[in-house]
Ligand binder design. Structure first.
Ligand SMILES: [Zn+2]
Length: 333
């Protein structure tokens, strides 16, 4: 693991100050969208807390940092969920509470990282109830870091005792620096394409470069946007048929198209903050914004969110996409 974290300067500064003053926060929630590096930030904080130099960030040279970088630090414990993302209480959560009574092996702290708690649909609340005591009265050496896409899933009693850090997207410049440093073999053309697709979301840029499913979803979302721009109902239907029968692809395509529409909304109201513009198709968003009024953009965004919610609720995919196609055609007419 790389012991640097890109962007998010304020959050890193906060962590640095806490460590330098010896006031390390003992329970932390990290939230943010998929791909923004929540787990990476959790490991970065763990490495910073355990670094022997106490400079507020991992020095990268001490024994602790080297073990953290190799993922072999015995005092950084990442809790694992099952394949569906659920934490099995008796197998993963209760053992933390039992283990927390044991002193660290090497360092001042033992850091427990519990990633993606929101994906643990069945046990997110039960897990928090069991962790509550640990978070309310942590032993001197215990740190708990949890991550989730949104803060909403946490109990108020947990939030009130916890430092909440929101991970934000990086600037395109920072994403570019990351990609150049981590993919030295990729051509400039590939990196430019990855940046256009993933923007300030380093996880997405990486997925795009690694040729995972994300590249296919980006192509599908751009094709859907192009079809919408022609205002031709048949083309829209055809673009959506391309993702029919593949639920995950359809879901991601709709989500990415939703981001294009959201960017179009921002364009329409004259918003120019680079960080607010996140979609994989900046040109498409711009053209869509010139075609629709602000009210129409907002209405279309609601329609897209509704379609995504229906896919999540396991409604019949073909019917959901057909009805979405009809609504989208009407919206752009
Ligand atoms: Zn160090």
């Amino acid at each position: 693991m790389e012991l640097t974290f890109y962007g998010n300067k304020e959050q890193l500064e906060l962590i640095r100050r806490m460590i330098q003053k010896g006031r390390e926060q003992r329970s932390i929630i990290i939230c943010g969208e998929k791909g923004l590096g929540k787990k990476h930030l959790a490991r970065y904080i763990a490495a910073s807390y355990l670094c022997e130099k106490h400079e507020g960030k991992p020095c990268g040279e001490c024994k602790s940092c080297k073990m953290a970088a190799h993922g072999t630090h015995p005092d950084i414990i990442t809790v694992e969920s099952n394949a569906n993302g659920n934490y099995i209480i008796d197998e993963s959560i209760r053992p933390i509470v039992a283990d927390s009574a044991v002193l660290p092996n090497e360092s001042r702290y033992k850091v427990y990282i519990i990633p993606d708690l929101d994906r643990s649909v069945n046990t997110a609340i039960a897990a928090q109830n069991i962790l509550l005591k640990l978070i309310e009265e942590p032993p001197e050496h215990v740190v708990v870091i949890m991550t989730a896409r949104s803060k909403e899933i946490f109990l108020q009693t947990i939030i009130s005792r916890t430092l909440c850090l929101a991970v934000t997207s990086t600037s395109e410049q920072e994403s570019s620096e990351y990609l150049h440093a981590n993919f030295p073999d990729k051509s400039e053309e590939d990196i430019t394409a990855a940046l256009a697709a993933g923007r300030g979301n380093i996880g997405r840029c990486t997925e795009y470069l690694e040729g995972a499913g994300f590249a296919e979803s980006v192509a599908a979302a751009r094709a859907l946007c192009d079809a919408a721009l022609t205002a031709d109902g048949y083309k829209i239907l055809r673009a959506l048929h391309a993702v029919d029968s593949k639920k995950q692809l359809a879901r991601e395509c709709v989500e990415l198209f939703g981001e294009i529409v959201r960017d179009a909304c921002f364009c329409r109201v004259g918003e120019t903050d680079e960080k607010l513009s996140v979609s994989c198709y900046a040109q498409g968003a711009l053209r869509l914004s010139s075609m629709l009024s602000a009210a129409e953009c907002t209405k279309l965004y609601d329609t897209v969110c509704n379609c995504a919610a229906r896919i999540d609720a396991n409604c019949n995919l073909a019917l959901t996409l057909n009805s979405f196609s009809a609504k989208l055609s009407r919206a752009v007419k």
